[in-house]
Design a protein around this ligand. Sequence first.
Ligand SMILES: [Zn+2]
Length: 111
Amino acid sequence: MSEGSLKNMGDLLRKGATMLSESCPDCNTPLFKLKDGSLLCPMCNKPVVKVSADADVGGMAQQGSIDQTLLIKVKEIQGKLEAETDPEKINALLETLMKLLDARERVRKLA
Ligand SMILES: [Zn+2]
């Protein structure tokens, strides 16, 4: 452990930071929790963001698949639209297309 990091640790403790039992993923130095709740590694001298491994993975996968389904439908409608010559049917297809695009927009906002 370098003198620099020891000095840093001293400074952190003086500022009211607390040493945690968790350590830095990069250098294994004990992490400090600052008064504002953020985590800092005194060795790397950078904030550490804890990422929990299973955070929201299920939800994201599900949203991905809805988006995927909508995209397939958009392409189907697009294909029909290209072949269609009847103005009324084109209108109906366009309406469906707009609804699909709107739905995709909504799914994305949930992410
Ligand atoms: Zn570190």
